[in-house]
Design a protein around this ligand. Structure first.
Ligand SMILES: *Cc1c(COP(=O)(O)O)cnc(C)c1O
Length: 220
């Protein structure tokens, strides 16, 4: 079993001030997750609605993050469980989140997922469409608050190769964070996973999503 406590300590020792660590718990057990929470983890990330549903009642109080692709018809299952949805990449999804949030009389915090790597990943919007999507959401989704951007970098053996990728998303973050609107509250630039979180922070990330470096390799 992974040394969860030691691993968290190591990751935290490498973190810059003001960066939020989201422990990515997909495939891991409730026992492992609760151990991480006992070691000071305040935020956990899952990429599947079903896993959130299965674990939700047994995990100690913590903030939940939806970090994976979210199907419109599943929004209703997690709207009252998660603090932040990282993976908004269409107006259709944002509208469904808005509708469900309104039913619960709440405002849902979301990030726009940007696919700066184009061909590498199926999810996320083209960087050039970021402004259009943000404006459409502001016009038609009063119960959705846009809190920043999220991106998944392509894998590279040498993280230096993906520096320009992170820099591009940071540039968009700085640009769109300037929009003056009550439902724009840019505070999270969600970039960086186990193999590239140090590079991501150097390029301006303030939220890292780390699974393997905390819990060890996933067994599917
Ligand atoms: C699984 C996952 C992570 C964590 O990956 P590790 O390499 O295990 O740190 C981060 N972000 C997303 C979107 C993921 O699906």
């Amino acid at each position: 079993m992974a040394d969860i406590k030691g691993n968290i300590k190591k990751v935290k020792s490498e973190m810059k001030d003001g960066v939020l660590l989201v422990a990515v718990t997909k495939t891991h057990s409730v026992e492992e997750i609760n151990e991480a929470i006992d070691c000071g983890i305040t935020d956990i990330g899952e990429n599947k609605v079903q896993e959130i549903m299965d674990k939700y009642d047994s995990v100690k109080p913590v903030r939940w993050h939806m970090i994976g692709h979210l199907q419109t018809n599943k929004v209703k299952y997690i709207i009252d469980k998660v603090s932040l949805i990282h993976s908004v990449d269409s107006l259709k999804l944002a509208k469904e989140i808005d509708k469900r949030a309104a039913q619960h009389d709440k405002v849902m915090d979301v990030l726009i997922q940007v696919n700066a790597a184009h061909e590498e990943s199926k999810w996320g919007i083209d960087p050039g469409e970021t402004g259009t999507l943000i404006n459409e959401i502001l016009e038609s989704c009063p119960n959705v608050r846009i809190c920043g951007l999220m991106s998944v970098a392509p894998y590279a053996d040498d993280p230096d190769e993906i520096r320009p990728f992170f820099a591009q998303v940071k540039k968009l973050y700085d640009e769109y964070g300037k929009i003056d609107h009550e439902m724009i509250d840019f505070k999270y630039l969600s970039m960086g996973m186990t193999h590239d979180y140090v590079t991501a922070m150097e390029e301006g990330s303030n939220l890292i999503r780390v699974g393997t470096a905390i819990f060890g390799a996933r067994v599917y």
